[in-house]
Design a binder for this molecule. Structure first.
Ligand code: PGA
Length: 269
């Protein structure tokens, strides 16, 4: 049975936590409490801080997954300024975001580049979180499903398994306070699941499909109630414990409910 995942994407924000206060959004007691909760809830929790903080966060919160925000597709070489998936793993990462729309746009990453990065992540033993999503123009023109499925087709590694995570993040919803409606999210996540089943019938139902784009404490439970929404990639709301923890708890409640329903089905009840 697939596990839900709530992952925070800090982008280029945050510094090491100060022992004496919460001005950076996370205090040490809050980190300890997230770490403790993560041990007891039936979902995966991750934080993707800037790469310079991976080692630090791995040390202070060993029960949660720590992720990079990007990696190179080669293990080493003359690539000034880049980091390989192995290097992220060595620092303590267990996941890495690839193909975020801010990198697709800002670093001109094509689907082929994203696929190569996802494969490098898997080779290094990291779970890739592969991001896809349409612009406002594409959605207005009605081409969003075709666009996202084409991105998926080009960005997914050939071999799929439950280590591969998809994040559907409509670009117009990222950092804007606008979220897709539950009906729009259900339509897209259903289309993504069907695409995965066509490509990898044995793995598709074990793969988590996250929603991302202005997820917050107020909308998380409604999003997680959608059948093919298996968690969230959270930007702004992950920068503070006070806004991230309720999202984790909403996923934990949904994860527990899904687990209970799977168990009762297994017992034939
Ligand atoms: P947001 O960012 O939650 O601030 O919209 C999501 C993301 O970019 O992954």
């Amino acid at each position: 049975m697939r596990r839900m995942l709530v992952a925070g994407n800090w982008k280029m924000n945050r510094r090491p936590i100060k022992e004496d206060g919460t001005e950076d959004g996370w205090s040490m007691p809050e980190v300890r409490s997230l770490n403790e909760r993560a041990r007891h809830i039936p979902i995966d929790v991750a934080i993707c801080p800037p790469a310079t903080l991976i080692d630090y966060w791995h040390g202070v919160a060993p029960a949660i997954g720590i992720g990079g925000q990007d990696c190179h597709d080669q293990p080493s070489g003359a690539y000034t300024g880049w980091l390989s998936a192995e290097m992220l793993r060595d620092a303590g990462a267990s996941l890495v975001i690839v193909g975020h729309s801010e990198r697709r746009a800002g670093a001109f990453e094509s689907d082929a580049v994203v696929r190569a990065k996802a494969m490098a992540a898997l080779d290094a033993g990291l779970r890739p979180i592969i991001c896809v999503g349409e612009s406002a123009d594409v959605r207005q023109a009605g081409g969003h499903i075709a666009h996202v499925l084409a991105q998926l087709n080009g960005s997914l590694p050939n071999e799929l398994n439950d280590n591969v995570v998809i994040a559907y993040e409509p670009i117009w919803a990222i950092g804007t306070g606008k979220t897709a409606t539950p009906a729009d999210v259900a339509e897209m996540h259903g289309a993504i699941r069907t695409h995965l089943r066509d490509r990898a019938p044995d793995a598709a139902d074990d793969m988590a499909i996250l929603y991302g784009g202005s997820v917050n404490a107020g909308n998380a439970a409604d999003l997680f109630a959608i059948a093919d929404v298996d968690g969230a990639l959270v930007g702004g709301a992950s920068l503070k414990a006070a806004s991230f923890m309720p999202i984790v708890e909403a996923a934990a409640a949904e994860g527990a409910a899904r687990h209970a329903s799977a168990m009762s089905q297994r017992r034939g009840g």
